[in-house]
Write a protein that binds this ligand. Sequence first.
Ligand code: HPA
Length: 273
Amino acid sequence: MYNKIQEAKTYIEEQTKKQPEYGIILGTGLGNLVSKMRIETEIDYKDIPHFPVATVESHQGKLVFGELAGRQVVAMAGRFHYYEGYSMKEVTFPVRVLKALGIQRLFISNASGSTNADIRAGDIVFVKDHINLQPENPLRGENDERLGPRFPDMLHTYDQDLNEKAMAIAAQHKICAHTGVYVGLQGPNLETPAEYEYLHRIGGDIVGMSTVPEVLVARHAGLPVFVLSVVSNQCYPIENIKATTIEDVLKVVRKAEPNMTTLVIELIKLLGD
Ligand code: HPA
């Protein structure tokens, strides 16, 4: 794997001279962010050695290099999900490559269902912790010490300071935001009412089908992460659950996109040097 990462890195560095400081995984809810970037180079995933190729229609598949809020960033426009059939190692390969390119922080967005009665559709949640209920782990198998330790500690996985700053920015911009615990499931089905009840009881505030693998690999690689989630459907209390389609999810997410974008831009500005 180390050699594959190096080959991908070498190819990318032949296409762009800029050294990105931030990596941003544009999951659901942040697709718009590239329109706020001063784009310098775009590289299709299909051209990058060993990169998986995106399949979900609502996601594109390219790395976008450029400037955002005065900083050099690389955005992943299009991400990979386990439910699409990729292995966890494939899902997380791009995070390895971003780390090799020298990013200092990784921002990740996603959409989620809420299992907390106080967190409503359209709200934004900064993830403060997670519960991993996905069936495979990207760190399983032989460990390459050049990439990270065999047994990564998970205590300070989510940067509390970043979450506090993000909460302050949300308050300034009158954006309804919370911090919360993300439960990662494999999907692709949504959950039954009994499952939402269970997720609530084990301490989950939101639930989704992504992010945890990328966070595990980022943590393994020593990268600080910031995860923001747009709640597309409220699933607690379970008596109030409504049937949810992908169209419903995308409608709520689109409405929240300007808020998600503002939060990321203002946070990058605030972090400064
Ligand atoms: N469950 C799992 N993933 C999701 C949900 C949900 O209710 N909503 C958006 N992503």
